[in-house]
Structures are given as structure tokens and as C-alpha cells.
Design a binder for this molecule. Structure first.
Ligand code: FUB
Length: 456
């Protein structure tokens, strides 16, 4: 993984300087494949387009330890913000809010659950749920607060008190074309109300969006508008775990008509899912989460993204989760083939590189001759050599092809039996440019293990 480190310069107040120090301001980049962020757990992604960048405001799962959170449950003490201009390289702008710098939050609650953010008149309003310190004043359970900044990446200053009249989690905020803002949240049901111009107070009665299914938990509202249709999307436990559903309406507070499923339940049993939907450079995207780095504990999640499409009748096509994700990969990057577009029906598997450190990532295992892995949308620029980081259980060859498993051969790479990973190189048959879908095909009788592929 190629993490670039920069130092961030800011003129800040003492409080913000402390915040910066706490987060130590390492700016790291992730890649386009799923999961998007490779350095820590992330969940509940609220994606927003501000200017020519996509910002993601996720929650941040950590693992509870003795005296820190509740073992076996969600443990979340702060928020980071990430951004990208190409959906391929993601910058971590560091920590923006922690449970220790919000006056109304109980600092040992580890309950900084799903947030959202929106821009209004040059200010950025960050909404987040948590457990209040003063339960007499604000009640037990969750309430929702707001923090304000001049830039999407902060520094954010939290309001002293939570938003009056709101009890629940998963805030989502929407500003309609007429300038009216709305706040949505959940507490078993989904609730909505108008927000005042100041974005910090409710401006109407709270409405239960009661035309949604009444059986099974609903949470995580995310509302967006497209061509005059208001889409209310939400995770719903229709069966065993959360699937992403949506309802359509002619106005931001409904009535909503339950319309369909955007994403099925996790095939591996991750109980939660949580979505946001944006349009960026003429393409719609669904952001969601899965427990990629924590297969046996589903409260340590990682955010993902896939393309989303509409039908002619304005309904949403179901999104099938992929590992390949979104964005174009430069041929000169370490291409993580294990985040594949497709694999051969037999002989291909994905394994962790190191089960004691899952953030090290995955490797592709091609077990027999003819096993292949497909990786789409690689951008070449006059490249002439290929490098594979891999090892094999026997001498043999790996073929790199384009378009299909038996498409044009661009490189044939000699595999020498070895127990630890090394780089092997080969000249390309001819220089290659433009965008291609790659196929890596084994010609070895025994398993080969591939970490990454790159072109020079
Ligand atoms: O991340 C904690 C909670 O899990 C969120 O608030 C819910 O939406 C679910 O994803």
C-alpha cells in the first residue's frame, strides 16, 4: 500500500491546536478498491460532493479494551474525514471531533455513531449522535448534536448543547432546491423535521415517516433528490440482517411509497449496513459498509463504494457489492488483484496476507492451470514492463492478458518455485496505453500466491 505522508499547516485556536496534536495529522491515502480505507476501521459513510471533491464522513470503529468501551459492542470515540478528487486516492484529513471535545457528550460513552455533514452559505455543519453526559437535561440514550466549520475538513467547533427536540441516532440532513433544510434521524422508526436557517434548531413538529414497513428495525436514513423525486433510503431488517431499501416521494417529508431494495443482506452476516448516495462527474455512487477486515466481529467495519444506476421509470437498480469498487487504477500502482472484478469458476481464491494483521491486505491464490482473476479499468501510459509480487509452489508461468481470459497476451512471466514472496519482472510484448481490463492467468500446476501486479 502506498501511503503518502504530508504535514498540515493551520492557524488555530488553542482548542483546535490540541485537537490537531491529538490526531497528529498524518494524511494517508487509500485506494479505489473495496474497502476504500485501508488504515483503520470505518463505517456508516456519509459521502458529500463539496466543490470538485468527494468528502466522506464515516464513523470510526475501534476495538473495545479493558476500561474503554463495551466488549462485543460498537466502540467509537471520534470521527475522521476523508476526501478524493478522483475516487481513487483518498486523503485522511485526520480526526475532526472526539467524544472528549464535545461539551454535552459523556466522554467515556464511546458512542460516536453514524454522522452526516452539509454545506450552507460557506459553513459546514457536521451532525453526529452520541450519549449525553447530563441525562437529566437530555435524557438517556442517544441525542444529536452539530459542529460547525469553515472548511469540510475542519477545524469543527461543537455546539454546547445537542439539538433540542431530537432523540435518536443516524442524523441525515438535506437542503431542498427552495433552500429549506430538513433533518432526518432514526430511533426504531425514521423521523424528520424542518431545520431553521441556522441549521442548529428544529423548525417544525417532528414527523414519523410512518408509511415505511412497520415490522423490523429501520435506521440510517439518507435522503436525496433526483429529477423531482425524493428518495428516502434506509437499512431495514426485513429478514435477519439489514438490507438497504428505499421509498420514493414527491416532497421531502413524504408520504413515501416503499419501492425496493438497493442492496441485499450481507452474504457473510454483517448485521449492519449504512448507505449514502451521491452523483459525481455524471455517475451515481452508493457508499456502504461491510466487515472486510474483521470477518468474525461485525462491529469493526470498513466503508465501500460501488456505482449505482437508475431505471427509466426512476426506480433504483439493485447494487451487487463488488471488491473492485470504483475509480480507475493507474498501471504504475500496486494493483491489488484480490480486489477483483471477476474470477474463474474454479481454482481462484482470496486469502489474507497475514491473519494477525488483516490491514496488511489480501493475496490471490491461483491453484491450477487456467485459473484466472479479472481486474477492470487499468489506465496504461506507454508502459513496457510488468512486475508481480508473488511466490509459487512450483516453476511455471503467469500470463497477463487483456479483454478476456484468452484475450491478447501482453506478458508471460516466469515463476520460480519459492516459499516467500519476491518480485518477478517481464518485458511487455509491446508497449501499451489506454484503459484495459486485465486477466492474470495461471499456467502453473501448483498454487501461486499473488500480492500485487504493477507496470512500469
Ligand atoms: O455505527 C453504529 C450504528 O450501526 C449506526 O449508527 C447504525 O446505522 C449502524 O450502522
Amino acid at each position: 500500500m502506498n501511503n503518502r505522508i504530508h504535514f498540515h499547516k493551520k492557524t488555530v485556536s488553542f482548542q483546535h491546536a490540541l485537537l490537531l496534536l491529538l490526531s497528529l495529522w498524518l494524511i494517508l491515502t487509500g485506494n479505489a478498491q473495496n474497502p476504500l480505507i485501508r488504515t483503520q476501521f470505518t463505517a456508516d459513510p456519509s459521502a458529500r460532493v463539496f466543490g470538485n471533491r468527494v468528502y466522506i464522513f464515516p464513523s470510526h470503529d475501534i476495538l473495545a479494551t479493558e476500561g474503554k468501551g463495551r466488549k462485543g459492542w460498537f466502540c467509537m470515540e471520534d470521527y475522521h474525514v476523508y476526501s478524493s478528487e478522483n475516487l481513487t486516492e483518498w486523503t485522511d484529513h485526520g480526526m475532526i471531533i472526539t467524544q472528549n471535545n464535545v461539551p454535552w457528550v459523556r466522554p467515556d460513552s464511546y458512542s460516536m455513531w453514524a454522522p452526516d455533514c452539509i454545506e450552507r452559505n460557506g459553513k459546514y455543519y457536521f451532525y453526529f449522535p452520541s450519549a449525553p453526559a447530563d441525562t437529566l437535561a437530555y435524557g438517556k440514550g442517544f441525542t444529536i448534536g452539530v459542529a460547525v466549520a469553515d472548511k469540510p475538513e475542519g477545524p469543527y467547533t461543537a455546539e454546547i448543547t445537542p439539538i433540542n427536540g431530537v432523540r435518536g441516532i443516524d442524523p441525515n440532513v438535506f437542503i431542498d432546491k427552495d433552500g429549506q433544510a430538513y433533518l432526518y434521524w432514526s430511533a426504531g422508526n425514521i423521523y424528520g423535521a424542518r431545520l431553521k436557517e441556522n441549521m442548529k434548531e428544529l423548525d417544525s413538529e417532528v414527523k414519523i415517516l410512518g408509511d415505511l414497513p412497520n415490522k423490523g428495525l429501520k435506521e440510517g436514513p439518507f435522503l436525496f433528490e433526483r429529477e423531482g423525486v425524493y428518495y428516502l433510503t434506509y437499512p431495514h431488517v426485513a429478514n435477519k440482517t439489514e438490507q438497504l431499501e428505499y421509498a420514493m416521494a414527491d416532497s421531502p417529508l413524504g408520504p413515501f411509497k416503499v419501492t425496493g431494495v438497493i442492496m441485499d443482506e450481507s452474504p457473510t452476516g454483517c448485521w449492519t449496513n449504512h448507505q449514502s448516495i451521491i452523483q459525481f462527474n455524471n455517475q451515481w455512487y452508493l457508499f456502504y459498509h461491510h466487515n472486510d477486515y474483521s470477518p468474525s466481529f461485525d462491529k469493526a467495519r470498513s466503508i465501500r463504494a460501488d456505482s449505482l444506476f437508475f431505471n427509466e421509470d426512476k426506480t433504483i437498480r439493485k447494487v451487487i457489492p463488488t471488491l473492485r469498487g470504483i475509480g480507475i487504477t493507474k498501471a504504475t500502482e500496486k494493483i491489488q488483484l484480490d480486489r477483483y472484478s471477476a474470477i474463474s469458476p474454479q481454482g481462484t481464491a482470496i486469502e489474507y496476507l497475514d491473519t494477525n494483521n488483516r490491514f496488511a491486505g489480501w493475496k490471490t491464490v491461483l491453484s491450477n492451470p487456467g485459473a484466472w482473476i479479472q481486474y477492470n479499468s487499468v489506465e496504461f501510459k506507454n508502459n513496457k514492463t510488468a512486475t508481480l509480487h508473488m511466490n509459487g509452489e512450483e516453476n511455471g508461468f503467469i500470463e497477463i492478458r487483456t479483454g478476456k481470459p484468452d484475450g491478447p497476451l501482453i506478458a508471460k512471466m516466469l515463476v520460480v518455485k519459492g516459499s516467500s514472496m519476491n518480485t518477478i519482472n517481464a518485458a511487455l510484448r509491446k508497449r501499451i496505453s489506454g484503459q484495459h481490463n486485465l486477466f492474470v492467468v495461471s499456467k502453473c500446476n501448483k498454487p501461486v500466491y499473488i500480492d500485487w501486479l504493477s507496470f512500469q
